[in-house]
Write a protein that binds this ligand. Sequence first.
Ligand SMILES: [Ca+2]
Ligand SMILES: [Ca+2]
Ligand SMILES: [Ca+2]
Ligand SMILES: [Ca+2]
Length: 262
Amino acid sequence: MMGSLARGAAAVALAVSLPLTVAHGQSEEETAALLMEIDALSAMFQTYTDFPWLEDGEDASFVYGDTKGIVHHYVSEGGRLRERWKSFPLEGLAKEVFAEDLDGDGRPEIIAYTQKSRIYIWETQKYELLWESVDISERIKVIQAMVVADADRDPQLELIVCGDNKIHYIDGVDYYVEKAGRDFVEPSMMLVADVDNDLELEIITNDGYVIDTNTLNIEWANDGFGYPITLFDLDNDGVLEVVGESQGALTFWDVEERREIW
Ligand SMILES: [Ca+2]
Ligand SMILES: [Ca+2]
Ligand SMILES: [Ca+2]
Ligand SMILES: [Ca+2]
């Protein structure tokens, strides 16, 4: 019973982490075949993200970083995959890729960071490089994890970076470090959500910390949430629980009540 719940929840977690955009008007078989193809790719590449913008005629769109340090943007038209763009070889292999609208014009930018702590941002009309973090890479030697979210009081998205074991906010429009925390954390994955129902967002690091998004101080800590982590409202009370996997089993934490609930 435990096993089937764990599998079900894992499927939910996977669906949450891969919100594919598939257009209407395709046959079910075409869609199924395409999804299988994309699933195979997403399983192969850790550095994979859905691209939440479709041009006319496109059924699906995603971005991945390959094992040679090149980022690719693939689209599917009529059930066929086509590479729309690829980057130059990055300084280091991409550790993670994101597609988020940083400048608020409706169209996502492609964001990648590498094992050599270099961050790249491209716009996606002409794929011009908007930023390469040469200065910040001199200051931050190792980027452990990144998440893109609007976590502070300015209306734009921030790049929330754990670099050299401290949380940093990098402005998503002007690309400077606007805030840095002092508490030591060591995540390989982070999430941003209101997990304690105080109407303020928290940063959740998979190594077990819940961090205030204003002060960047640790609010609560446990021995670790596991890896990967995701969010799921298990008890259906409208507040997300933190879900983490360790050694094949899922654990759910209610951060509001500061306890494990499953
Ligand atoms: Ca944009
Ligand atoms: Ca913001
Ligand atoms: Ca909160
Ligand atoms: Ca809940």
